[in-house]
Ligand binder design. Structure first.
Ligand code: SF4
Length: 261
C-alpha cells in the first residue's frame, strides 16, 4: 500500500490543465482543419475531387471541402498537382450548423460552435449527462470519446459524463452512420431521453455517412433520424477536437478563431 501511495506522489497530477492551461501537444503528422489555396488551382483541374473517396470536394464555382464528409485521408492533397491543399494543426472543427462545415477555398477559419441558449445552459451548463449510441460505427470514434474519460483528460471535471441509460441522460452522443439495423434502437433511445435534450454527432459517419454515404444499408448520418445540435467532424476526431466541441457547446470556450493556446 505504501508503495502505491509513493508511486502516486511521484507521478503527481496527470490531468491536462487545458483549457485554462496550454492545449496538449499534437503529433507532427496530426491533420486538423484543411486549407485550400484557390490561387494555385489550375483552370478546370478536378484532380482533388476525383481522388476523394467520399465526394467531400466539389470544384464547381471554386473549390469547396465538406468537412462533414472528409476522412482526413489526404488523398486530395497527394493528387493535387499544385500543392493547393494543406492540413493545418488546428484541431477546432465543431460547429452547430451542418452548412458551416463546408469550407470554401481561401477560408482560414470555421464558424465554430456557439454555446447553447440561456435556458439549456442553465440546465446543462454545469452537468451534462450523455448516452452514447454506437450506430454502426467502426469503434474509432468511440475509442477517442473513451479517451476523454481517462485520467489525462478527465471529462468529469467539466460535469460531463457518459451514462448507461437514456433515461438518466440529457442527450445523445452518436457515432456511426446509423445502419438500418440500428435505426430503431436510435429512435427508441432518443425517445427515452427526457425533454429538453440535445444530440451530438461525432465523426464523419455520424455527420454524413462518411465512407458509407449512399449505402443502402445505412442512413447518411444521424440527422436523417434525429435533430443534431453539434457536429464534430473527423475520422475519427482527435479527443481534443471532441473536447473543444463539448466545451464550446457549454460556453466554456468562446474565442472564435486564432491558434489554440
Ligand atoms: S482528405 Fe477528405 S477531402 Fe481529401 S480526399 Fe480524403 S476524404 Fe476527400
Amino acid at each position: 500500500m505504501l508503495k502505491v501511495v509513493l508511486a502516486r506522489l511521484q507521478q503527481g497530477h496527470r490531468t491536462l490543465r487545458y483549457p485554462e492551461g496550454p492545449a496538449p501537444e499534437l503529433p507532427s503528422n496530426f491533420r486538423g482543419r484543411p486549407e485550400i489555396d484557390g490561387a494555385k488551382c489550375p483552370e478546370g483541374c478536378r484532380a482533388c475531387a476525383e481522388a476523394c473517396p467520399t465526394g467531400a470536394i466539389s470544384v464547381t464555382d471554386g473549390a469547396r471541402l465538406d468537412l462533414g464528409r472528409c476522412l482526413f485521408c489526404t488523398d486530395c492533397r497527394e493528387a493535387c498537382p499544385e500543392q493547393a491543399i494543406a492540413y493545418t494543426s488546428d484541431p477546432r472543427l465543431a460547429v452547430r450548423d451542418r452548412g458551416d462545415l463546408v469550407l470554401a477555398e481561401d477560408q482560414r477559419a470555421l464558424k465554430l460552435a456557439a454555446a447553447l441558449d440561456a435556458k439549456l445552459m442553465k440546465l446543462f451548463g454545469r452537468s451534462l449527462k450523455l448516452r452514447q449510441v454506437s450506430a454502426g460505427g467502426c469503434n474509432a470514434c468511440e475509442a477517442d470519446v473513451n479517451v476523454l474519460n481517462t485520467v489525462g483528460w478527465d471529462l468529469g471535471r467539466f460535469g460531463i459524463q457518459l451514462v448507461a441509460s437514456p433515461r438518466h441522460a440529457d442527450g445523445l452522443l452518436i457515432t456511426g452512420p446509423v445502419t438500418r439495423n440500428m435505426e430503431l434502437a436510435l429512435r427508441k433511445t432518443y425517445a427515452a431521453v427526457p425533454e429538453p435534450k440535445i444530440v451530438i454527432a461525432v465523426g464523419a459517419c455520424a455527420i454524413s455517412g462518411g465512407p458509407y454515404i449512399g449505402h443502402p444499408q445505412a442512413h447518411d448520418g444521424a440527422s436523417a433520424i434525429v435533430p443534431v445540435d453539434l457536429f464534430i467532424p473527423g475520422c475519427p476526431p482527435h479527443p481534443l477536437t471532441i473536447l473543444d466541441g463539448l466545451l464550446r457547446l457549454l460556453g466554456r470556450i468562446e474565442e472564435k478563431s486564432g491558434p489554440v493556446s
